[in-house]
Write a protein that binds this ligand. Sequence first.
Ligand SMILES: [Fe+2]
Ligand SMILES: [Fe+2]
Length: 318
Amino acid sequence: MSDKEIKSLEAIFEARIARDEKIEPKDWMPEKYRKTHIRQISQHAHSEIVGMLPEGNWISRAPSLRRKAALLAKVQDEAGHGLYLYAACETLGVSRDELYDQLHSGKAKYSSIFNYPTVTWADMGAIGWLVDGAAIINQVPLCNTSFGPYARAMVRVCKEESFHQRQGFEIMLKLCNGTPEQKEMAQDALNRWWWPSLMMLGPTDAESIHTEQSMKWKLKRKTNDELRQQFIDQTVPQADLLGITVPDPDLKWNEETGHYDFGEINWDEFWQVVKGHGPCNKKRMKDRVNAWENGAWVRDAAMAYAEKNEKRKLKEAI
Ligand SMILES: [Fe+2]
Ligand SMILES: [Fe+2]
């Protein structure tokens, strides 16, 4: 294709984005748009899958049958989210094997938050309330993103995330209305998960190298700082309702702006975790790779069964 032809295709593409039309897998798209989407959607898929690990660890230790059933359903939902997103990513011409390989070799990134340990049952509450809460804030605008398969996957994902957030908040509410020790556990979990949850919404706008282009393509509809402020404004009144304290001495309602002011985020910690030096990076990857390797026989059996079925159908057709 000549440069002139590419330019005119680009102009048509940009006009479609401007009209808020969805871009579908078979439509022409700039190579950079395709690559950026593969990166973002696969990072999102990896986060869903790795995100199962810190909570899966607590399924066998849930304090009641009801809690166990809810947590099990939640973790299973995350597997489903990973699968829709891998499927959406594959429509851009990358294979599932390639994506898994990027994750397992440590080449691909996933959300920094899942590299923190889950040390008490209250962490299940804090994760649902804060981590899934931040995920909803991040993902609701993505229901309107320009790439069709990603936008459609997000609609269902967001509905399920809202159940995750509620089950987490309910755990917190129960603990906060329980014994002093239980309330102490809830406070401790908030202390540990608050700052990593703020970091989870990504680096500040000034530091975020992808934000500008992603906003232009309507891959992102709000900047990281906007999303973070929204999360804080929404979550602080919930902490007040629980009767526990957000671990930020600088947190203060600002009458003038109509938002909460908040303290400095420790970005050094964020970058350390992103670079692989968080408390659980190595363990998460080891567990993930082990799960993949130990599951090889299931995949082989499923393939053998599908082949056998295919042969039988062929025989019957003859
Ligand atoms: Fe999810
Ligand atoms: Fe979730």
